[in-house]
Write a protein that binds this ligand. Structure first.
Ligand code: FAD
Length: 408
């Protein structure tokens, strides 16, 4: 029978291959990736890999024998350059071609470039791949002063990691507050305070005008307001863009990623998209978004599992509660559900204790929860969100009230 070709051998692609086999898919599977490394976990790259707590050989997504045992033909260092829908054929950079029965695009995303002079100086890094992370680690040895451009999750994780190994770190964020896309102002202020207390300097509400170098190496970041941050290492964390060009060039519908339904189906027959490249339809939540391009391990894994059910003819659309996590200093953030503008927020616990949950209620129902150092509460919150539990704010805010008592 005709093979399943998966383009992109990372979280989403590897999970799809594994889930397809688990669910009984027995046609050939070819997993194609352009990176040289056996599929590995990305989250530690901005955490333990930078601090040295995680060894590179701990990063593998699956054991070395997994691919052979599961009959998954893993081909690394292979770049796919073209997709022809009429002949169901992929073109490879080396001139080769491959025919498919099913195609899954799991090409992920790449770092957005910083459009200012000096962005190509030595000492300016991005962080997406293992090679990127190893380049930052190698640069760290000789570096005292780091500037992180972008106060999103990855930028803040990098700032925390670099400061914990002794670098002096400044985070530059053009928005007036950190994590403004995810958090309300009170949480942004909490995060800013948490970083400042641990010695990370923040420059908020100001964009970057240029990076300056000496003999080809970065020496300073110049802000739009004229301030100058001296540094010998810059890490960019200003977001990503989906690798959707293969789909776009083939005429597949895209809009901030490849548009897919809750089974991962694109506008082209037999072509799926999963993970960071997919703008996926979400299970209906009142007042919530209809679709989103979620950049998380959960979305990659659950999207891949949903797509696998289609391959074996037992379609089960994705309806999981979205969640992801972040680690900064000794703070573990866990985010469940998708808040919407106008949600009522209810705090359980105290910000100052570094242990709390911020719940988001919409028309009386729990729709999202952001947790700091409360892993058990995060798990309970996910259940409450899945149920759309209706809880009076004063009960939710009261730590002596057992959240389990609201399970139906
Ligand atoms: P990717 O992991 O981007 O993989 C896509 C792969 O496809 C890449 O290897 C790419 O090179 C390859 N590819 C692209 N185009 C082609 C082509 N034409 N031919 C061949 N191969 C191609 N998420 C969390 O939930 N929690 C976290 O704490 C967290 N931390 C993160 C920290 C870092 C530093 C980064 C970078 C991401 C983090 N994420 C985290 C996000 C998470 O890693 C992504 O959501 C996840 O990697 C998405 O998986 P993916 O397989 O869709 O895409």
């Amino acid at each position: 029978s005709e093979p399943l070709l998966i383009v992109g051998a990372s979280h989403a692609g590897t999970q799809l291959a594994a889930a397809a086999r688990e669910q009984g898919f027995d046609a050939p599977i070819v997993l194609l990736g352009d990176e040289p490394h056996t599929p590995y976990q990305r989250p530690p790259l901005s955490k333990g890999v930078l601090t040295g707590k995680t060894e590179v050989d701990q990063l593998a997504l699956r054991g070395p024998d997994f691919y052979r045992e599961q009959g998954i033909d893993l081909r690394l260092g292979v770049r796919v350059t073209g997709l022809d829908l009429s002949t169901r054929r992929l073109r490879l950079a080396d001139g080769g071609q491959l025919d498919f029965g099913w195609l899954a695009l799991a090409t992920g995303a790449r770092c957005r470039p910083l459009p200012v002079p000096g962005a190509d100086l030595q000492g300016v890094h991005i962080l997406r791949t293992l090679d990127d992370a190893q380049a930052v680690v190698a640069a760290l040895g000789a570096s005292q002063r780091a500037c992180v451009i972008g106060g999103g999750f990855i930028g803040l994780e990098v700032a925390a990691a670099l400061s914990s190994v002794g670098a002096s770190v400044t985070v530059v964020e053009s928005q007036p507050r950190l994590l403004a896309r995810t958090f309300p102002a009170a949480m942004s202020d909490y995060v800013a305070d948490a970083h400042r207390r641990r010695g990370v300097a923040l420059a908020l509400g100001c964009g970057v005008r240029a990076l300056h170098g000496h003999q080809g190496r970065v020496v300073a970041v110049e802000l739009v307001d004229g301030r100058r941050i001296d540094c010998d290492l810059v890490v960019l964390g200003i977001g990503v863009q989906p690798n959707s060009e293969l789909a776009e060039q083939a005429g597949i519908a895209c809009d901030n990623g490849i548009l897919v339904d809750a089974l991962g189906r694109s506008s082209a027959p037999n072509v799926l998209a999963i993970g960071d490249v997919a703008n996926m339809a979400l299970a209906a939540v009142p007042g919530g978004p209809q679709r989103a391009r979620l950049e998380s391990i959960q979305a990659a894994n659950d999207g891949a599992r949903a797509a696998a059910t289609l391959l074996v003819g037992r379609p089960q659309p994705l309806d999981a509660v979205p969640w992801f996590w972040s680690e900064q200093h000794e703070l573990k953030f866990q985010m469940a559900g998708l808040p919407a503008p106008g949600d009522q927020t209810v705090l359980r616990g105290e910000l100052a204790s570094d242990k709390f949950t911020l719940f988001y209620l919409r028309e009386g129902a729990v729709r999202a929860a952001h947790t700091v150092n409360r892993p058990a509460e995060h798990m309970l919150a996910r259940k409450l969100i899945a149920q759309g539990a209706r809880i009076a704010p004063e009960l939710l805010a009261d730590p002596s009230v057992d959240l389990k008592s609201f399970f139906t």
